[in-house]
Ligand binder design. Structure first.
Ligand code: C2E
Ligand code: CA
Ligand code: CA
Ligand code: CA
Length: 279
């Protein structure tokens, strides 16, 4: 197989750990996958808790490695962040996702929203704002239909510059969403400075909100705080009808999760839209 190249092995000396070697090999393959457009974007529906309608989707990266099978995004996104591949990766996936969503919005004659994950390191990338807006424009997706997701924990590591960069995007109509909320340590003051429109409640709180009083109380507090700051809430990782009903009763606006649908290939998401619009 292709790993048997002796010159390749000789490249590693005894100090390189197996994990580091594996990562390096994956990085090489990832680079190739990006170049050959082998990365896919899946859409997980975002659903209104009011009427159970799909309002849009979150785009999630997928990589089917030719030998290893599917590689978890947790693994290859972190490799991409550390190797500088995150920029080309984001470029190709954002392009695919934005084109698909603008297409579907037109086909279904309804404004569907695209939520997309951006690594906080990318906020410092030269021309990040301009390139993002240009990508949306090229895909025919209105900035108002685009929601940029940043995780709370990574945002906290870049307190200084983030608000200013995000402000530029907001001025152009893009909305900002704070992902995995509840796992970082943002202060109310910082939340206000970021001026996100949406908070996504991390799935670890949703998982046991119907079985654990403390989690339920936390979810309740996050929703109250979000509303006090004029934000909308999305619950992630909703797997049971009980969780969904509790969230609805607490005034949470939207949800995502296996209860409604796993992340789907774009064609399957489209089929789901056809199905739910007909019913
Ligand atoms: P995330 O942004 O918090 O995405 C939500 C994760 O929860 C996704 O995992 C999704 O498949 C999973 N999920 C959704 N509903 C449920 C549920 O009901 N139960 C459970 N157990 N899981 C559910 P996924 O796709 O493996 O992505 C993992 C993480 O990788 C994402 O977490 C995000 O941080 C990162 N990621 C994925 N795609 C991209 C991308 O294109 N760019 C960047 N920068 N990060 C990405
Ligand atoms: Ca996300
Ligand atoms: Ca999340
Ligand atoms: Ca996450």
């Amino acid at each position: 197989a292709k790993r048997e190249n002796p010159g390749f092995h000789a490249f590693f000396d005894g100090t390189t750990t197996r994990t580091a070697q594996k990562r390096l090999l994956l990085e090489i393959d990832l680079r190739r996958a990006i170049d050959n457009e082998q990365l896919e974007v899946y859409f997980q529906p975002v659903v209104s808790l009011r009427d159970n309608h799909i309002i849009g989707a979150e785009g999630l990266a997928r990589w089917q490695h030719p030998e290893l099978g599917p590689v978890s995004p947790e693994v290859f996104i972190s490799i991409a962040e550390e190797s500088g591949l995150i920029r080309p990766l984001t470029e190709t996936l954002l392009d695919k996702a934005a084109r698909a969503m603008s297409d579907l919005s037109r086909r279904f004659d309804t404004p569907l929203r695209l939520a997309f994950n951006i690594s906080a390191t990318q906020l410092n990338q030269a021309h990040f704002v301009e390139e993002t807006l240009r990508a949306l424009d090229a895909a025919g997706l209105a900035p108002e239909a685009f929601e940029l997701e940043l995780t709370e924990s990574t945002l906290m590591q870049r307190v200084g510059e983030a608000p200013r960069i995000l402000e530029k995007l907001r001025e152009r109509g893009v909305s900002i969403s704070i992902d995995d909320f509840g796992t970082g340590f943002s202060s109310l003051a910082y939340l206000q400075e970021i001026r996100a429109q949406t908070l996504k409640i991390d799935k670890r709180f949703i998982t046991d909100c119907t079985s654990n009083q403390a989690s339920a109380q936390l979810v309740r507090s996050i929703i109250a705080m979000g509303h006090a700051l004029d934000m909308q809430l999305i619950a992630e990782g909703v797997e049971t009808a009980e969780q969904r009903d509790l969230l609805a009763s607490l005034g949470c606006e939207y949800y995502q999760g296996y209860l409604f649908s796993k992340p789907l290939p774009i064609a399957a998401f489209e089929a789901l839209l056809v199905h739910t619009r007909m019913s």
